[in-house]
Design a protein. Structure first.
Ligand code: ADP
Length: 631
């Protein structure tokens, strides 16, 4: 019995109820003849509901329907309810025993105090209340709930009955099986042995006739459930299990709740299909099925209307069809059923959160970090590319500038070069004339002529050498790295300016290191360094007295560095200018460009070297170039 609602409604007015109770008690003591009336009035609007179960209170699927109906009643009833539940035990036996004792029990229970409404759950309970209505509840309205259309006993229906029936369509169930698992060859039919289950075996067989030979139906109805479990564990491929009912097996063993289904699920090597919502969620794959919600909603609706005074004849419902297909995601995964095979409007439940759902924030965070990182990396790459392009351009500009600077330098050397060329060319002319004269003689001295010719060749070589050096300095070509012997490279550069020095009466000396010094670099650019610094030195001494005009160039080895020192006897560099002389456009000369030393420093640094300017204690400037030695 359920007294919950009565208790709840009583608690809301405790003081009034206490006084009322005391008053009634006194009245009952003083006026014994009025006791029945007092009792009725204390019950107030209390509604007594009898729920009659078919097999017991915990047999699925009916237990789930009953639970849902009870919850609906308690939720929607405006009256306090007294819900009493009875179970028709006889229905669960394979050979039902006599019903009389149970009828007597109910009779004595409800005689003189019938319930306000009877709700039967399932076909056996409906049959029972219809059969014993006259004796037990002749005037009580009834709602016959959860009865399959085919099991409604229409002959015995009265004006006091409302039917909430369902319609099972087994072809729909099998269509679903063959849709999601088209390879299916055999369906093992799990069903119990009670009279109700026997009825369904015949019905299902009849209904599935149109399937013909498409699938083989194997019936387990005459097997004890233990045996069914054994077979279910070793089913051949392309077999599925159809779960009908299992209230009682062929051995007479009763299975409450969904114990049987759970044991079957634990051992079965094939997917299980059922058409009942209460079996869905843990064991069966799913598909179109009877949904408890719709049946319980209609049953509660009927009960409320009847309890509210409406005539049962006025309440009619169409049989409830299967609801939209539902599937258990876990079973779909287990049996490899693709979601693409499911009907369009189907619902997938129990989906386990994937890596994405479980780690959404972490993934988002990582993705953001990766995105930011990618952005940064591509930004940096772009920047690097830009810098490279800028470097290439700068190098190109510098090469152009250095080239222009060499032209300027050579311009300054024109006199010297002309002088250097003049000498051998003049000697060649003189020697040629001498040789001609000698050959005109009657007996020319051939040995002498040969000697003259050798001199001519030597002078020609000298002239060619000047041209070669000039051309190599003026050649426009990219920065070229090779191993260079520094002593010779410096000597060659000095050779280019020697004539200038002579012309200006400057004592230009060169003192190479004793041993060869090899550095890595571009010989033309290294010569440009020497030329620029030496020409500056010559400029610096040009104003000095002739005997004081000196430029000394030397090379030396200092540990792993090669040094080129260019010292002059000029007036030196002003202390403030020592740090500025290498800046571009710094010049103290009226016609100066201020680019010579800037180019020198750039070339030296490109060779991983250094250049320093200082004033010598004895006067004059000293420039020291240091380059890494390779050997
Ligand atoms: P420019 O020769 O066109 O002036 P440079 O860059 O070659 O450009 O030289 C910059 C300046 O450094 C010169 O104007 C001069 O003031 C100074 N300088 C360079 N070499 C010497 C030196 N040997 N003695 C004194 N001053 C020097």
């Amino acid at each position: 019995m359920s007294w919950r609602r009565c208790m709840t409604s009583g608690r809301s007015r405790p003081v009034v109820a206490a006084w009322l109770g005391l008053g009634l008690l006194l009245a009952a003591c003083i006026l014994p003849g009025t006791a029945g009336a007092v009792e009725r009035s204390a019950r107030g609007d209390l509604k007594r509901v009898l729920i009659l179960h078919s097999f017991g209170r915990e047999f699925r699927p009916w237990s789930e329907y009953a639970r849902s109906i009870k919850a609906g009643l308690e939720q929607q009833s405006p009256w306090p309810l007294d819900i009493q539940e009875q179970a028709l035990l006889t229905a669960r036996f394979n050979n039902p025993g006599p019903e009389a004792p149970f009828v007597e029990y109910l009779h004595s229970l409800y005689q003189g105090a019938p319930p306000d409404i009877v709700l039967s759950i399932g076909a056996p309970a409906a049959r029972f209340v219809q059969r014993y209505r006259g004796k037990l509840f002749p005037d009580t309205p009834m709602v016959l709930a959860v009865v399959e259309e085919r099991l409604v006993d229409r002959v015995d229906l009265t004006d006091n009955d409302v039917v909430v029936s369902v319609r099972n369509d087994f072809m729909v169930v099998f269509d679903n099986i063959l849709r999601v698992l088209p390879e299916t060859k055999t369906v093992a039919m799990v069903i119990g042995a009670s009279p109700l289950e026997q009825f369904w075996i015949d019905e299902v067989k009849r209904e599935l006739k149109p399937l013909g030979n498409r699938v083989d139906l194997v019936w387990y109805a005459d097997l004890p459930f233990e045996e069914i479990l054994k077979r279910a564990a070793k089913l051949p491929p392309h077999t599925v299990l159809f779960w009908g009912l299992m209230t009682v097996d062929a051995a007479g063993i009763i299975y409450e709740s969904d114990i049987a289904l759970r044991s079957l699920h634990a051992v079965a090597n094939a997917p299980i299909f059922s058409y009942q919502d209460p079996f869905f969620g843990g064991s069966t794959v799913g598909g179109p099925m009877q949904l408890t919600a719709e049946t319980s909603r209609k049953t509660v609706d009927a009960a409320m209307r009847i309890l509210g005074g409406e005539k049962p004849t006025a309440i009619k419902y169409e049989p409830i069809e299967f609801g939209a297909a539902k599937y258990d995601w876990r079973e779909l995964q287990r049996w490899g059923i693709s979601e693409r095979k499911l009907p369009a409007n189907s619902e997938i439940l129990f989906r386990e959160p994937g890596v994405w759902e479980r780690n959404r924030w972490q993934i988002l965070l990582i993705a953001t970090i990766i995105l930011v990182q990618t952005g940064l990396i591509s930004g940096l790459l772009h920047e690097r590319q830009r810098r490279r392009a800028a470097e290439v351009e700068a190098r190109q500009r510098f090469a152009d500038l250095a080239h222009a600077n060499r032209y300027a330098t050579v311009g300054e050397l024109t006199t010297s070069i002309a002088h250097e060329l003049n000498q051998p060319l003049g000697a060649i002319l003189t020697n040629t004339e001498t040789a001609e004269l000698m050959l005109n003689a009657s007996s020319p001295d051939i040995d002498e002529v040969r000697q003259i010719l050798a001199d001519i060749r030597r002078d020609d070589h000298r002239a060619s050498e000047v041209i070669r050096r000039l051309r190599s300095v003026l050649k426009k070509r990219p920065f070229e790295i090779k191993e260079v012997e520094l002593n010779d490279t410096v000597r060659e550069a000095i050779g280019l300016v020697r004539a200038v020095a002579d012309g200006r009466s400057i004592g230009l000396t060169y003192e190479p290191a004793f041993a060869d010094m090899h550095v890595k670099g571009d010989p033309v650019q290294l010569q440009q360094v020497v030329l620029n610094v030496v020409i500056n030195a010559m400029d610096a001494v040009s104003d000095a007295a002739i005997e004081l005009r000196e430029v000394r160039v030397s090379t030396a080895r200092a540990s792993n560095r090669a040094e080129i020192r260019i010292a002059d006897s000029g007036s030196g560099i002003a202390a403030d200018d020592l740090t500025k002389v290498f800046d571009p456009f710094f010049t103290t000369k009226p016609q100066g460009m201020g680019m010579g030393l800037a180019i020198v420093r750039t070339i030296v640094e490109a060779h991983h070297g250094t250049i320093a300017a200082e004033n010598q204690p004895s006067g004059g400037a000293l420039f020291t170039v240091r380059l890494p030695i390779v050997r």
